[in-house]
Write a protein that binds this ligand. Structure first.
Ligand SMILES: *[C@@H]1O[C@H](CO)[C@@H](O)[C@H](O)[C@H]1NC(C)=O
Ligand SMILES: *[C@@H]1O[C@H](CO)[C@@H](O)[C@H](O)[C@H]1NC(C)=O
Ligand SMILES: *[C@@H]1O[C@H](CO)[C@@H](O)[C@H](O)[C@H]1NC(C)=O
Ligand SMILES: *[C@@H]1O[C@H](CO)[C@@H](O)[C@H](O)[C@H]1NC(C)=O
Ligand SMILES: *[C@@H]1O[C@H](CO)[C@@H](O)[C@H](O)[C@H]1NC(C)=O
Ligand SMILES: *[C@@H]1O[C@H](CO)[C@@H](O)[C@H](O)[C@H]1NC(C)=O
Ligand SMILES: *[C@@H]1O[C@H](CO)[C@@H](O)[C@H](O)[C@H]1NC(C)=O
Ligand SMILES: *[C@@H]1O[C@H](CO)[C@@H](O)[C@H](O)[C@H]1NC(C)=O
Ligand SMILES: *[C@@H]1O[C@H](CO)[C@@H](O)[C@H](O)[C@H]1NC(C)=O
Ligand SMILES: *[C@@H]1O[C@H](CO)[C@@H](O)[C@H](O)[C@H]1NC(C)=O
Ligand SMILES: *[C@@H]1O[C@H](CO)[C@@H](O)[C@H](O)[C@H]1NC(C)=O
Ligand SMILES: *[C@@H]1O[C@H](CO)[C@@H](O)[C@H](O)[C@H]1NC(C)=O
Length: 435
């Protein structure tokens, strides 16, 4: 039988369109020298319709900060490893020389349709920061961000972040899916409760973009696993594990220096928090502005977590003097925050190794290891808060020993009726939710 011409034509068209037109560009490596110039040469030459391939079993010397910009339809295949220099001064000097600022990214990625792909294999897909040196020496200023992933449409999959110096990934882009992410920022010889060699500020993700999904995260670090920052909208973060001394699944901080922050439509679900300081956390600065709306945390398992649910709309740096007076009656408003299905037990210690000031940065009057929920709200600006199916106990004791800190004078009118627990300073008592 002969195929009609029309069918033949579309078949041919289909074949042509589906042929992979991307070129393969392999990144060279030379032992003992900075590979960055060679890497940049490849990114310049293969910035459109390309697969840029970092070869298997190769440790690339990523000894200079790099801007991988102007990429269109590019797959970055990280089959080997990218290692930063081990010399702290060298890193600090190079970042300043590149950006004029000391907290800029080491790997800065921009473009459209960009996929950063690691691999599941043990020695593949690794970005190594050699952060241990920084943690041992307690160097906590002038630290680079590891990766800025600022793309429009893209993916990040199976990347392993090892010993981040400080922040891991910043994601300010849009339409991005992140899967099977791995973070190991645990000191070889430090503990959760000691500042010595503690991996300060080793956030997994800071997300300020739109339409972002994280699905699959396994991380041990010393700060937020996922932190949602100003301008984030439509973000889902699900199926994760946060260990060592995570600071939680966080929104903020928002409203710093009076900033008008806008964050909306965020969902965290199916997380195990192990040894964390917080489970779910919201933080906005005293005197801030803007709104955070429609935020849900659900199906959260807590193992040894200091404070399972924490909201402050009145944050200030306690180590830098007394609480500022909120001169304007503003604060970042909080609307429709849902906390559903939290279970597990708390940590006996309400803080961790990041507690290096007096008073401690996260000290709250009355805190003693029994508080399952702390709401430090700004009078009248928090609406639609709800806690449901909360079954958490202190490290020692039963659910009956769980307490809350919450000032009913700060609740918006009628808010207690749908809050789901009694807002007071005392025992956790579930209350009926009236619609
Ligand atoms: C990206 O493209 C713009 C415009 O063509 C150019 O000015 C810029 O130098 C490029 N950036 C990099 C890092 O290649
Ligand atoms: C580290 O880098 C700095 C600045 O480039 C340099 O002066 C110093 O000699 C380096 N240290 C080592 C141990 O290589
Ligand atoms: C992200 O990229 C956009 C251009 O696509 C640029 O305008 C913006 O400044 C970048 N943001 C950051 C944080 O680099
Ligand atoms: C961990 O080991 C390093 C290198 O020996 C050392 O500088 C650091 O002080 C140690 N940290 C702790 C907490 O013992
Ligand atoms: C986010 O996704 C929605 C639905 O697909 C789309 O309408 C919207 O334009 C996207 N936002 C951005 C910033 O791309
Ligand atoms: C919050 O969700 C409601 C209901 O889905 C929606 O109407 C509203 O626009 C959302 N708020 C923001 C700031 O996106
Ligand atoms: C509550 O969370 C646990 C742990 O994630 C999950 O196994 C369980 O199915 C959840 N229950 C409901 C009713 O969603
Ligand atoms: C809980 O954390 C404390 C340190 O804060 C530690 O001593 C204890 O062993 C941990 N318990 C479990 C079961 O992990
Ligand atoms: C805040 O205002 C009160 C009363 O007006 C005043 O006593 C206090 O000193 C002020 N605090 C600061 C930090 O300005
Ligand atoms: C709790 O953590 C603090 C801060 O790191 C530490 O000083 C203290 O010893 C810890 N307490 C216990 C009981 O482990
Ligand atoms: C909270 O604000 C309301 C009016 O918005 C006011 O009547 C009330 O006194 C305030 N309460 C506190 C504790 O400041
Ligand atoms: C901890 O503080 C709460 C008040 O917030 C109090 O009810 C409880 O008895 C205290 N528990 C312990 C063990 O000190």
């Amino acid at each position: 039988m002969q195929l009609p011409k029309k069918v033949l034509t579309s078949l041919l068209l289909f074949l042509v369109v589906s042929v992979d037109v991307r070129k393969n560009c392999y990144v060279p490596h030379t032992d003992g020298v900075d590979d960055s110039p060679a890497i940049m040469e490849v990114f310049g030459r293969c910035n459109v319709d390309s697969n840029i391939i970092f070869n298997t079993n190769i440790i690339y010397n990523a000894w200079s900060p790099m801007k991988w910009f102007n990429l269109t339809n590019v797959n970055i295949e990280l089959r080997g490893q990218l290692h930063l220099p081990t010399n702290i001064t060298e890193i600090q000097q190079k970042v300043v020389a590149t950006y004029g600022s000391s907290t800029a990214p080491w790997f800065n990625i921009q473009g459209t349709n960009v996929n950063l792909r690691g691999e599941a294999a043990y020695k593949a897909g690794i970005i190594h920061g050699h952060g241990q040196h920084w943690w041992d020496l307690g160097v906590r200023t002038s630290r680079p961000l590891m990766v800025m992933f600022n793309v429009s449409t893209g993916t990040v999959s199976k990347i392993k972040m090892i010993q981040q110096i400080a922040h891991g990934f910043n994601v300010p882009g849009k339409n991005i899916k992140i899967t099977d992410h791995y973070v190991d920022s645990v000191p070889t010889n430090g503990t959760r409760d000691s500042p010595a060699s503690f991996p300060f500020n080793t956030d997994g993700f800071n997300i300020g973009g739109q339409n972002i999904t994280i699905d699959g995260y396994y991380g041990n670090n010393g700060d937020d696993c996922v932190s949602i920052v100003n301008k984030a909208n439509n973000v889902v973060a699900r199926n994760g594990y946060c260990g060592f001394s995570s600071h939680g699944l966080s929104i903020g901080s928002l409203g710093s220096n009076g900033q008008n922050s806008q964050v909306a439509n965020i969902l965290f679900e199916n997380w195990v928090m192990d040894g964390a300081v917080y489970g779910a956390r919201f933080k906005s600065w005293a005197g801030g502005n803007g709104v955070a709306a429609n935020i849900t945390w659900r199906n959260i398992v807590l193992k040894n977590v200091s404070t399972p649910i924490f909201i402050t709309q009145n944050y200030y740096d306690q180590s830098k003097g007394p609480k500022p007076n909120n001169t304007a009656p503003t604060s970042t408003h909080v609307q429709n925050f849902r906390f559903e299905n939290f279970s597990g037990y708390m940590n006996p210690n309400w803080t961790d190794g990041t507690c290096i000031s007096d008073p401690c940065w996260n000290y709250v009057e009355g805190i003693n290891g029994t508080q399952g929920i702390i709401f430090d709200l700004y009078n009248g600006t928090a609406t639609g808060l709800q806690v449901k199916n909360f079954h958490v106990r202190p490290y020692k004791g039963t659910e009956k020993d769980t307490t809350v800190i919450c000032d009913p004078a700060t609740l918006a009118p009628g808010a207690q009726d749908s809050l789901g627990f009694k807002c007071w300073d005392g025992q956790f008592v579930a209350t009926p939710i009236h619609k």
